[in-house]
Design a protein around this ligand. Sequence first.
Ligand SMILES: [Zn+2]
Length: 363
Amino acid sequence: MWPGQNKRRFVGLSEPFSISNGVKQGCVLAPTLFSIFFSMMLKQANENCEDEDGIYIRYRLDGSLFNLRRLQAHTKTNERLIRDFLFADDAALVAHTEQALQRLTSCFADASRCTISSDARLDKEIDNRLARANSSFGRPYKRAWNNKSLKIKTKIQVYRAVVLTTLLYGSETWVTYSSHIRLLERLHQRCLRTILQIHWSDLVTNVEVLEQAEIPSIEALIAKSQLRWAGHVFRMKDHRLPKIALYGEIRTGHRYRGAPKKRYKDCLKKTFTACNIDHQNWSAFAADRSAWRLISSKGVTLFEETRRDTIKDKRSRRKARAASAVSPDPAFSCRLCSRACRSRIGLFSHERSCRQRGHSVPS
Ligand SMILES: [Zn+2]
């Protein structure tokens, strides 16, 4: 809500009145006002919807989260109709058929008169987060990163508070693929290298940058937030929608064979395994908030250590391989630039690229 707008009250008691002062960014009242406004709007939107619009989720809250066979029981499962998912200021509308989704979207658009984007994939979200984090990194360039009177430790704290929170906003619900992680780690490294003033020609490895900055990798930060979120949802009351969605599956529809798309459960299970948390008995720890926090932070520390060791190991093996490689043989030297290659096939491909670069074969 902004100054100068006319706001009407929902209950018809008073005349419309103009509001001369709105709430500022970060005002504690804003989330509450937004929730009230949004739930009223959704209520209005859903009044015009039919019952079969939306999707049914089949769920049961007993048993292991990762054992999906238990959802095939006929008597112990419950069903619930879901039309929309809300997360902070985002809303996702769901339906099985295109027509039903169109009806839902039209109802929603009529009620809210807002712009709607239709895409549930993470790629765009990652692009969006990268762009936002990039611009929030660029803003305090002179005041923080290039400020000689600030300690590195302070700069890293500012980086965590300003850039990482923007970059990883909502990451507890992401279903990440390695391509997403790669993009996020790249930005992370670029920012840290700017803060620590490490040039690429200094030949400092990514792991060394993280150690110097005393900050974990993006992968570990995402794992941490996902574990925290899993515990939080587990401790919710049984009627809450996030818990039902986590413990259920869609009633109809099928998954493609081969390599179907990852589900949130798959992503979470992988995180559990990587953090050495038993995914059969995790709920026993998650019930107690402080115990869960301890276990998840231990798990993430282990995850980060394993990750660094793996990368270091890979690098040393790569270096050893390069050192022990066959030395160039003068018998396989290029006829154009007289460069010696290691094998006949190597010479063949080198000569081809040499020719493309514009050398001509002497006859
Ligand atoms: Zn050549």
